[in-house]
Design a protein around this ligand. Structure first.
Ligand SMILES: C[S@@+](CC[C@H](N)C(=O)[O-])C[C@H]1O[C@@H](n2cnc3c(N)ncnc32)[C@H](O)[C@@H]1O
Length: 196
């Protein structure tokens, strides 16, 4: 079965454009078949992004883990003048993210990484709408191991829906982090986690 995170070189391309405005700043994102939420911005991603920006308009080193076509990292980079690293395991998503970085004229880098396999730096913020469909092990790998890639006083931000098991995931993560629920809407929870 094909998933939005699998690399399928035979998948045809049907580029489409998604517009997004934060406050009065406009963005354009190219999207395609085979990437997450290809036709419109996912509600959870938007909630995570806008909750983050509500609290943080300061410049920080940010890692967008599982960046897809680049919405979260690119908007944060533009709105906070931050250098953002965007990584994904899906080559098509990364290709789109690179194109969208140029299109939106932001200071970001991209590279292919299976979770943290190629990540060597540390960040002030790791932000993710994790790939629930990739399975709990992958999601927990992203969330639990984020602490090894965070600077002192760094923050992990994530969004998960109630029916995707946010409560049990949070319970597990409480062993490693102090969690704050930043937003709750339509069953989505936005969480900020800081190392205990
Ligand atoms: C829920 S989507 C979020 C995409 C994007 N951040 C957004 O908000 O639109 C999760 C992303 O994680 C990526 N992903 C899946 N497995 C991964 C892995 N093992 N390592 C890195 N990224 C992965 C998927 O390709 C997908 O782009």
């Amino acid at each position: 079965m094909e998933h939005y995170f699998t690399n399928n070189q035979n998948l045809k391309s049907e580029i489409r454009k998604i517009n997004y405005t934060f406050e009065s700043t406009s963005f354009v994102f190219y999207s395609d078949l085979g990437v997450f939420s290809k036709d419109k911005i996912d509600y959870g991603s938007r909630l995570l992004l806008e909750s983050y920006l509500d609290c943080n308009l300061v410049k920080r080193r940010v890692l967008d883990m599982g960046c897809g076509y680049g919405l979260i990292g690119i908007v944060i980079s533009k709105m906070t003048d931050s250098f953002v690293t965007l990584v994904d395991v899906n080559k098509r998503a990364l290709h789109l993210a690179s194109r969208n970085i140029v299109e939106n004229n932001v200071k970001c880098e991209t590279f292919l990484s299976d979770v943290y396999s190629e990540v060597t730096d540390k960040y002030d913020v790791i932000i993710t709408n994790p790939p629930i469909r990739a399975g709990k092990e992958c999601v927990l790998n992203i969330l639990k191991n984020a602490r090894d890639y965070l600077n002192y006083d760094g923050e992990l931000w994530y969004v998960i829906r109630k029916d995707q098991g946010v409560k049990s995931i949070n319970k597990l993560l409480e062993n490693y982090y102090k969690l704050d629920i930043i937003a709750k809407s339509k069953g989505f929870y936005v969480i900020k986690a800081k190392i205990n």
